[in-house]
Design a protein around this ligand. Sequence first.
Ligand SMILES: [Zn+2]
Length: 840
Amino acid sequence: MYSSRFLSVILFILVSLSAQANTHRLPENITLERQNVALTLSPKQSEFSGYTLMHLAIKQSSDIVAYHVRDLVIESVELTHKGQTTSLEIVQPNEFDIVTHQLSKPISGQAKLQIRYKGKINQKTMGLFVADQQSGSPYIFSQFQEMEARTVFPGFDAPDKKARFEFSVDIPKQYDALHNTSVVSSQVQEERKIVRFAPSHKIYSDVLALAVGEFHSVKLKGTPNNSVVYAPKTITLNLPDDMSELVSNTVRFMEDYLDYPFPYSKLDFFVAPIDGLAAMENVGLIALNSHQIPEQDADGFAMCRFRKLIAHEVVHMWFGNDITMGWYNDYWMHESFAEFFAAKVLQALYPQETGCAFNPQSSAFFDDKHSARALRSEVKYRGDNEAIGQLAYTKGRSVLEMAELALGKAQFKTQMRAYVKQVAGANTSAPLFTQHFANRAWFEAFINAFITQSNYPLLTLSKQNAQIVIQQSSFDSSQDKRWTIPLTLKIWDGKALKTHKMVLNKARMVISNVPANAQIFLDTNGIGYFRYLDTTGNGKFPVAQLSRAEQASYIDNQEALAMAAKIDFMAYIDSLLHIINTLPHGTLEVSNALSTLQDTFVTLIPESLSDEYAHYLRSKLPSISEWPPILANQNGGLWLELYGLNLSDSSAISAAKQAYKGAPLSELAHRTAVLRVLVANASEQEYQTLLSQFAPSEKHIKEDLLDSLGYGNTHSQIKAFYDLLLSDATKGHDIDYRFQFPAFSPKHRAYAGEYIRSHKKAISKRIADDKLQWFPYNFITACSAKDAKIVKSTFADWQDVQGLDAKLNIVLEVINECAGNAKRSLQSVRDRLGKNQHSL
Ligand SMILES: [Zn+2]
């Protein structure tokens, strides 16, 4: 799955309950072989009715039968065993949604369970939900990941209980129905239509799907499974030209790499604006949010992100759907493998546009704090995995890339093939995976160090007794942890480049056979899940000897060290200013430097210093009077935002105003940047005018407005923005992370907190239950003790939201850590500003 998300993501500490062992799991000795599900439903009705028949196989004799149910009204339960049918008493589920029927005498062998029931269609993206009600042509779609299938039919809703499913639906005759498998019959009877689908492969319930509505479709010509893209008829399908090629090539790449054919016979897509979801890997019917489809004139980076998303979902057909975690604690394996191979697909098929797939780990570090949840953690409740968030993708992929780098590509591929052969069509786990690499003594300790611990290592190079020494510690020093880390070092001795492999498994090791004056680069390929600090004094590693990904890693690492006050902050700012003043305006390096300068306003500089700091930067940055040549660059928006939004530069503000007057919104270049600058500098009346653009605009322009209107500069503007987010006008758009924009500004955090505190009810109505826990992340860029207080009081009444407490702890750890580090960084800023004023 891919959720739409905040700046970044993560975890939590489980509430420990005194539950008996395994009451959160179904009995091991009963398996589900086949299940029929028949639903009677309509997009215009809020309730549906269902009938299900489960074919059970009971290995040892059992005096119970058990299955999952949530939010369903059970009408009857009948058990058939050895030709005898008995009615079972209706029992309420336990806190893990498990219904257990005590039987009068033990049974074994084959048994059938038949259940009649009623359920409710959701308004939010959970279980079966309805969308587009306002348009007059509503449709039903499903999202079962994770543990949501149980809200649609009673069943064995667990990844180790794979079964063949046979679905049928009874719907009003004007609608179509889509499912994981093809339609085998469709019979109209008066006003109704009964649609039966082919039986599925053996799959787990999270990846089942159902859509009911009025749809149109486009064929993806030449694809190996004759893929079709469906969409509600209210949605225009503008797919990129190379979509067919992308799907075909991804399938072929995976078949070739794994030496294992595509495991299913159908690979269709369902495209719609789905709240809170970018895409979902349902077997044979991948869900794709229409907002993820790039515009016709999208740049390389946007195309790269889209291709990576599609490749990711297609890869899930192998990793996740065919090879499935044995339990949810290994959910990280689904996302990590999907990300790992999606990046490989991009590198193989689009080598010129892989920028979006660099540095898998860089966004993960952000909130992988000690209080974060480890990738492999106990899971009992729905939403526990939602709590891991982005780390399952980024950190997990980075660990796989480190493994591949250490073993070499060919060796890694050979062992992956052997692994896939063993677990094909079945369940897997982290231990099963690491077993295949047992010929490397360090492998298991390495994987476990990264998947069972939070936070990440800081590797420090130093010179002691004419030798180079490498040490490890936790990046966040409040706790000390150890990792086993395979390293491939790049060594430059002034003449030639060499590599050196080692496994760091102690706090401190001497790097042998390397000259004491050599320059060493620690993050070969830019993939390491660690940060690094060079205190040898041997000078900077020559940039020309680094790949693009390694250069990006170097830049990202320096930023992290500066933000955490591990190097001098203003010396770092000087290096950014140097880049901006010496390199061509449109380069990637300049883009990074510009956006980092912007970040410093959000994550470090307090309101009291912000004017002076902006003044200092303006005095050191290029003075721009002619904006059109700057805006002609792909990164023109970054220039405009930094100057117009953060530096209040009058020429940038006029340039934004001119651009806005000169073109309709639909044709406006750098639309988001222009809008943000206008919003940040708007009078009340101007803000109202911009706000009024929302209702009549096309969906993609609405998206840009939602990314801009939160930059208002007064409380009434922020209130108007938040009211818009919570209104019906934004249905079908993600709203959760957009609450963070006003909170980016230190001076508006208190007001943002107060609004959120007093609108808990309205917010809860719009956000899926398991996603509500992320709301504190809207304040994760805050950086002072005062901010921490604001955040605590904002969420004081949210303790009933599952997982929220743990998220709040992470956010508070980020804020407090930042506040601690900021003391040194801000001293560096004050010293410089003081000096600067002196010299004036
Ligand atoms: Zn995924």
